[in-house]
Ligand binder design. Structure first.
Ligand SMILES: Nc1ncnc2c1ncn2[C@@H]1O[C@H](COP(=O)(O)OP(=O)(O)OP(=O)(O)O)[C@@H](O)[C@H]1O
Ligand SMILES: [Mg+2]
Length: 312
């Protein structure tokens, strides 16, 4: 079928006069892993529900593999696997039974069901739990079963709404490992998240949204390059006193300064390598003995925060 895997055009959703999604247009290219990133209430779940035909749009359109979701929902969603909101499974069924039941509903043959069940449970590392009742599973394990069911019918597109939401650090780690595994396979993945580090870690592309509007889109790499606000961490021989911090804060270009240890401080800097090199000289001319001076990995975070701030 011709057409990009996911195409969203001028999508709008109003809830009693409140615009949750506002003229959103976005194309997800074949084989990419898009992080649909935005803070709480940005409109992520609403967009995903429209994409999966759980909710109707007020305006605009969405198509999957070139097929309009509203006009031909069955065909459009045949090649899609989704996890929207915390899935509820029958607690007295096992993963094997659950997948058999879901496979049947989706019209899969018995052979396909048993072949795919093995593969997908392997992918989400739930093979040894295949015959245990889901009712006893942790939230993280249930989420892994949910991801398994999304892959069951060999879809080309996978849509996930905040798959690590509500999980403890270990559960998050395990789900992210699975996401990284999915990335290596041929799927096109659309995943919402409000966690920038998660998107940075597992996604190839990112679309930033806030208040229902698209703020920025591109590859994670491109965005990192464009992120002109950098977070710099400096370690010095000197101890950080209030007095010293005060004089550092007066240096031109130093923003959002704070001490981050006895001999350490962090600040934001707008600019590229040139400005960054200049800043080191300025710090040294204050008499600081700089032991290390490095960009912390939060560049995209700063960009994210400044984009969100500007869109208010
Ligand atoms: N059924 C509804 N009726 C009225 N308002 C709604 C409804 N569903 C969502 N909204 C509102 O639309 C906005 C977007 O909600 P949505 O759930 O899409 O955000 P989100 O990006 O998924 O947020 P979160 O990160 O909290 O899951 C919010 O302000 C929300 O209160
Ligand atoms: Mg949501």
């Amino acid at each position: 079928m011709l057409g990009d895997p996911i195409v969203i055009q001028s999508l709008t959703k109003d809830f009693n006069g409140f615009r949750a999604v506002d003229d959103l247009s976005l194309t997800v290219r074949q084989g990419s892993f898009l992080g649909f990133l935005g803070p709480n209430g940005a409109g992520k779940t609403t967009t995903i529900k429209i994409l999966t035909n759980l909710l109707s749009a007020s305006g605009g359109s969405a198509s999957l593999n070139g097929i309009d979701v509203v006009q031909h929902p069955k065909e459009a969603l045949a090649q899609v696997g989704a996890v929207v909101e915390t899935p509820e499974f029958y607690p007295y069924l096992t993963p094997n039974e659950t997948l058999a039941y879901l496979g049947e509903i989706r019209g899969m043959s018995k052979e396909d069901i048993s072949r795919r069940t093995k593969v997908v449970l392997e992918t989400v590392k739930m093979t040894e739990w295949a015959d245990k009742r889901i009712g006893k599973f942790s939230k993280g394990m249930k989420q892994r079963v949910a991801i398994a069911q999304a892959m069951l019918h060999e879809p080309s597109v996978i849509i996930l709404d905040e798959p690590t939401s509500g999980l403890d650090p270990r559960g998050m780690y395990e789900v992210r490992e699975i996401l990284s595994e999915l990335k290596k396979q041929d799927y096109t993945i659309f995943m919402s998240s409000h966690l920038l580090n998660e998107v940075q870690e597992v996604c190839s592309d990112v679309a930033l949204i806030n208040r229902g509007r698209l703020l920025k889109t591109g590859s994670v790499e491109e965005l990192l390059e464009q992120a002109s606000v950098k977070r710099i961490e400096v370690r010095t021989i000197q101890q950080m006193s209030g007095e010293l911090l005060n004089s550092i804060s007066k240096i031109e270009g130093v923003q959002e300064l704070r001490a981050s240890g006895e001999n350490q401080f962090m600040f934001s800097l707008t600019g590229k390598d040139q400005e960054q090199a200049q800043m080191l000289l300025r710090l040294q001319s204050l008499g600081l003995n700089v032991v290390s001076y490095k960009e912390s990995g939060l560049a995209l975070e700063s960009l994210y925060m400044s984009l969100i701030k500007d869109s208010r």
